[in-house]
Design a protein around this ligand. Sequence first.
Ligand SMILES: *Cc1c(COP(=O)(O)O)cnc(C)c1O
Length: 236
Amino acid sequence: MISENISQAERKIACACDRAGRSREEVTLIAVSKTKPVSMLQEAYDAGVRDFGENKVQELVDKIPKVPEDIRWHMIGHLQRNKVKYIVDKVYLIHSVDSFRLAEEISREALKKQVIVNILIEVNVSLEESKYGACCEEAATLAEEISRLPGILVKGLMTIAPYVENAEENRKYFAKLKQLSVDIMHKNIDNVSMDILSMGMTGDYEIAVEEGATYVRIGTGIFGERDYKKETTKWV
Ligand SMILES: *Cc1c(COP(=O)(O)O)cnc(C)c1O
């Protein structure tokens, strides 16, 4: 079932790339495996997926030693400063940096562990109150401030669009994030690149790809519905 879901997502991504005149290689699928057991991650891995997304530090750290080493881990959830130390040298990309103070902590831990940490700035494009993220107006300044910190590199932007019945409603937010990344790119800030746009989830990733996403984060569409009522230790 998981491998079929992945093939279907792959096909849809390819079609969306076609429609937008983009090359398929520009888009990477991240399998969002939060709350799911490592046996399911392994299935996705066996079907060819190498990028996995988690939103909780503890769960991420627990899963890492139980699955193949060449997985690229994406931290996609809200990150508390006191937990940064557990993941800086383990993740490929942190998608959810929304404050200078968090970036400072990442920089400090990166120096300690002698690594360079790649990050995205999370932007709350839709201005939903329930969401984390810098507002569009703050994003460029934040990128510039973070660019002066050692051990941390800004690689692009991330957003979480609202939950909607009709994915078309989110097109404007994806287009806005893309435009924002172009605006920031044109500022030519040292050590800041805008190569990555992380946007689109199960309900709206095709639209996100049409609007320029380079990472789509798909959970339910690959692993099925999540059951948050289960005990938290079930994933290992
Ligand atoms: C859970 C989650 C996803 C995946 O959501 P689905 O709708 O299940 O695809 C994507 N991005 C973030 C930040 C998430 O927390």
